[in-house]
Design a protein around this ligand. Structure first.
Ligand code: CA
Length: 338
């Protein structure tokens, strides 16, 4: 009964044809190694509206699709290029040419020390070497646009400028390398199927004011007590903070717990009020990330999570490792509405 009510509340909150966006977080990462072409094609086939790309620069200045500035938690780099780690023991994408990066085998995410899988129930990270590779941004755009051509769909892209301040400290400019590629593939205005995303407010402002990005943009937010590049998300989550953001970005990308929490075991969902405040100043809310195998603390089920986010909080989109599960929830909700 509660669920039906939540579906109805959701239906009232969004008009027909205006349903929340399903954003495939690193592709269908619940089923295949994150950011592999296979994971992207699978998420596409499962009905994603947008596919996410995390972007990092190689030594020869090519944006590639990898979640971190490190490449040692998702590939066999330590085996293929022993001795190429920095003093901290980590292998950085920026220390390898794109030719070298393409030699790496992409695996399901594992712990850098022990080699244990981060999500043990997912695609095996050992013993299934497969044929997964790191994609360049251009290769991925070609995959998505090729699928758009062959299917007649219009699935969008959701590129993230990863640690731009760190890149600049290393003497390179990630944003300046990415924008011309996006433009060349037709992503440059607000009407194009693209959301550019970044955690760093200084870079988001720079993208708008210095680099002239005219497309849509989302400021990502970290969890409570975390900070990147001096960006104070607590301050930005206030009504005043959000009002200031609305001049620069179309929306925010907060972690789930900034939108909804389950304070006690067996209790109900409690909205934090962030989504309502963002909506008050016209900002969209795209929280991250739905994981069937890693639900928020005390959250009883993935259905309850979807109902809280897409129903009660009325967010405009959600990052999900499980495109199919999120799509199915939305379809059931739409059926109730009809
Ligand atoms: Ca990301």
């Amino acid at each position: 009964m509660t669920r039906v009510f939540l579906f109805l509340a959701w239906a009232a909150a969004v008009g027909a044809g205006d349903r929340p966006l399903v954003i495939a977080h690193r592709g269908a990462s619940g089923y295949l190694p994150e950011h592999s072409a296979a994971a992207k094609a699978y998420a596409y086939a499962q009905g994603a509206d947008y596919l996410e790309q995390d972007l990092v620069l190689t030594k020869d200045g090519v944006p590639v699709v990898v979640h971190d500035i490190y490449v040692d938690t998702v590939t066999d780099v330590a085996e293929k290029f022993p001795g190429r780690a920095r003093g901290d023991g980590r292998y950085y994408v920026l220390d390898f040419t794109v030719g070298e990066i393409k030699q790496l085998q992409v695996r399901e995410r594992f712990q850098v020390g022990s080699g244990a899988a981060v999500y043990p129930g997912r695609f095996p990270s050992r013993g299934f070497p497969g044929a997964f590779q790191v994609a360049t941004l251009e290769e991925e755009l070609q995959l998505i646009q090729g699928l758009n051509r062959s299917t007649g769909r219009d699935v969008g892209i959701y590129p993230e400028i990863k640690q731009p301040k760190w890149h600049r400290e290393q003497g390179v400019d990630l944003s300046a390398a990415v924008l011309p590629i996006l433009a060349r593939y037709g992503y440059q205005g607000k009407g194009d199927r693209c959301f550019l995303q970044c955690f760093e407010l200084a870079e988001v402002r720079r993208l708008r004011r210095e680099l002239g990005w005219k497309g849509r943009m989302i400021l990502l937010m970290g969890g409570a007590g975390k900070e990147v590049d001096g960006t104070d998300w607590e301050e930005l989550c206030t009504l005043e903070g959000l009002r200031g953001l609305a001049d620069v970005v179309e929306g925010i990308g907060p972690p789930l717990e900034r939108v909804v929490q389950w304070p006690v075991e067996g209790g109900g969902a409690q909205l934090t009020g962030l989504a309502a405040r963002a909506h008050q100043v016209g900002l969209a809310v795209h929280p991250w990330s739905v994981r069937v195998d890693a639900l928020p603390k005390h959250c009883p089920s993935v259905e309850a999570l979807h109902a809280a986010l897409l129903g009660e909080a009325g967010v405009e989109g959600v990052f999900t490792d499980f495109t199919d599960v999120t799509r199915q929830w939305l379809e059931r909700a739409a059926a109730v509405r009809r």
